[in-house]
Design a protein around this ligand. Structure first.
Ligand code: NAD
Length: 386
């Protein structure tokens, strides 16, 4: 099949920049693709981060510490930007204004004001495709939950629970990094870091909350800095958000949690939807298992556990009985971005990447949560679904 090649530049060649590189390197894993990303330029302010790319990708032509070199290149059509949160505003705005398509990392701005300036750039460049990174909905179990939501299987929704859980910060000897500092990660703390993962499917389902009440905690207050001296950890470790969702069809509580310190949990994403006719849950802790509970009045209430195969949004060479993992979901997200870039409204499957509007909605939730925690109050949110 003739493939449309999309030439990419990467700005921020750290943890996530490399994950994109790895997805590009094994693009042949995807079947029936008529698009193919190619990494043409790489940029990182730390030159040591660039070697892995130049060693592994013969396609790289531009190697730079200044992202403007990527924006000024006619060879580059799209940018993946994965830098600390304090840089999102300046870099995303510059990328969009340069007319480059953008997959930007969450949270799309360090705070609401930064997000609003990114949104203004998005709105004044409607031809530029801008999407926010969020890969967990591409796990096969999450795709199945999305199908159940589309099919309105749940009856009256009783409650929705969603969360993202880490535990490595339980270790007080873990060195401080940019995510523990307000200047680089933002006031949102663990919410800015993990929130988009949790909000993505609820927002896509139309469950933007009408109000938020939040409890935020700081647990480990200092960590070893670069010189071995203890430095203050400024950001929230854990957040619990109790929200009320009300739309035309449904009215239910939604509990959202983003935690850096959830003992024993390592990158656990979960979504549980409980309804009067059907309940379903999926967690990356048990990546092969989808749990469902169909119910008709008077019948037994029994959870069913189904072993999932590897089938996600786009077909792959992986045998359908094999299991899926994080790198697979990242590659599926990239397939969705490239598919949408090439085909726009005629994507080859229905689930597109998180939109700037969904990122903006996540900022409203997180800003309300900060206020709620500060004042011990319920914060009303204007309904952005309309
Ligand atoms: N989608 C996910 O699952 C996921 C996971 C982790 C992080 N993230 C997000 O990805 C982004 C980056 O996080 P990370 O974990 O990859 O961080 P990282 O620290 O591993 O990488 C960031 C890179 O940006 C570089 N950088 C800093 N300033 C720069 C500049 N001015 N120009 C070019 N490069 C610059 C740094 O040198 C570093 O190599 C953040 O927005 C974060 O929230 C997403």
């Amino acid at each position: 099949m003739q493939k449309r090649v999309i030439n990419f530049g990467i700005t921020g060649c750290g943890l996530m920049g490399r994950e994109f590189g790895s997805a590009v390197a094994r693009w042949c894993h995807l079947l029936d693709q008529d698009v193919m990303p190619r990494i043409v330029g790489v940029c990182d302010s730390n030159p040591a981060m660039l070697d892995w790319f130049t060693e592994n990708f013969e396609s790289v032509q531009i190697v730079t510490q200044d992202y403007h070199d990527l924006l000024n290149s006619d060879a580059i059509e799209a940018i993946y930007c994965a830098v600390p949160h304090n840089l999102h505003e300046r870099l995303y705005v510059d990328i969009i204004e340069a007319g480059k398509h953008l997959l930007g990392e969450k949270p799309f701005g360090i705070d609401m004001a930064a997000n609003e300036r990114i949104m203004a750039a998005v709105q004044s460049h409607p031809d530029v495709l801008v999407r926010c990174s969020s890969e967990f909905p591409f796990y096969p179990g999450a795709q199945q939950l999305l199908r159940f939501i589309r099919e309105e299987r749940f009856g009256k929704i009783i409650e929705v629970q969603a969360g993202f859980l880490h535990s490595s910060d339980l270790d007080p000897s873990k060195p401080i990094n940019w995510k523990r500092r307000v200047a680089t990660n933002g006031e949102y703390g663990c919410m800015g870091d993990l929130g988009m993962h949790v909000f993505h499917i609820p927002l896509r389902a139309g469950w933007f909350p009408r109000n938020v009440r939040a409890l935020l905690s700081k647990i480990v207050t200092e960590r070893p800095g670069p010189g071995g001296h203890m430095e203050a950890c400024e950001t929230w470790d854990n957040a619990i958000l109790a929200c009320e969702v009300q739309n035309d069809a449904q009215h239910f509580p939604m509990l959202l949690e983003t935690k850096r310190i959830a003992p024993g949990e390592m990158n656990t994403w979960y979504l549980r939807i409980l309804g009067t006719a059907f309940s379903a849950e999926f967690s990356t802790r048990f990546p092969k298992t989808l749990r469902t509970l169909p119910y008709t009045p008077g019948s037994a209430q029994a959870w069913h556990a189904l072993d999932l195969g590897s089938e996600s949004a786009y077909a792959t060479i992986t045998g359908s009985i094999f299991e899926s993992g994080l790198s697979d979901s990242i590659m599926q997200m990239w397939a969705a971005f490239c598919d949408e870039l090439a085909h726009r409204d005629a994507m080859r499957q229905p689930f597109y990447c998180a939109t700037p509007r969904e990122a903006a909605q996540s900022h409203r939730i997180m800003t309300a949560a900060l206020l709620s925690n500060q004042d011990g109050a319920v914060i009303e949110l204007m309904n952005m679904n309309k």
